[in-house]
Design a protein around this ligand. Sequence first.
Ligand SMILES: [Zn+2]
Length: 381
Amino acid sequence: MFNIAYYQDLRAAGASSALIRESLECCLLKLGRGVYSVIRRCVNARHLMYAQFIDDDEWIRYHEEQAERGQQARDPALQARYREHLNRLRILSYPSYRSGDAVWGISAAYLHRIRMFDVPRGPITVINPRDSSRTAEIERRRRPTCDDVEMHEGAVTTTAARTAVDLISLLGPAAGFAAMEQVLRRHLLGEDEDLIFRLGYPPQLMDDVPGAVDELFAGPLSRMTRGSVRAKKLAKLVSPLSESYAESRTSLLLHQLGLHEFVQQVTVFDGRKQLTRLDFLLKGPSRLDSADGDGSLPAARGPGARGEPRVALYVDGTQKYADGGFDTMNKESRQHNRLLAMGYKVIRFKFNEVMSLFTFRQKLFSQAPELKQLCDRHLLL
Ligand SMILES: [Zn+2]
């Protein structure tokens, strides 16, 4: 797969180290120390020997298409996905794992395709019950691995649930919370986001959450030596309904502010027609409920103040506008006006506005000051 060749393979095929270096500008990609991938069928006579390592034509086609379109350079999302893929390849093809090594932490999160934000590339991270060592290529920590490892694409790796829990201490509670939500969502709903979107959420979904949280996280939490109190708090709050990293961050921020009654992914009907789905909604007084009868999810307890609008939050954590183009924006602005007419207060957050409690709180309370009096039992991390 992916036309992987180790340095010794290339040398055995007749390539000098000078030739290997020269080929990096051409048809060879360096994944890590001594590990390469052939990415083109090269016409340069001196590089013909690399063809013998080609076992994956799709990988070749991918690079040819990218080169033709020059697309990667323009699309930062594609670029990021490509970098993540190379990172996974680097981890999976690393030639010098020791007996007892298990990929964990940030490297394990890459293998499990857990979304993180702003994480430097760094060395491959592994745990080993006997050894610890550190080079530019690999960081090995001495840790027991217990029951929390599995075989993942040929590499011994900590399970997705254990990996998410480990991220709490490695990247902070917000990143760990987002990882736990992703693992829970996949466990309950599968990985096919398009299918989830088409089918909608099953009505009993929230009833299944406590059991699933227990099944996934109880083991890893019980084996934590430090920070288990904080991790257990987070485990009580995770939901499968966050549809992006940014929504997970928003959910945690609301709990930190003491606003625990927001519900996620609420479908709003305009008459009998489905108008939109809100990322977060704090339901207002019941007279509005009877006016348009929305909600496919269990109703939250409403805020106390009578006659206040219901507060809806949108979090633009995705490529929504880039993908849908101008039509999406128009539709959303029609939806926006209709929501206002129906008595909703709508607040939109950009990705960077949900990365800090300070920024989030400022914007939320400046647009919906009535929420301040509803804050209760702030989540302290
Ligand atoms: Zn070449």
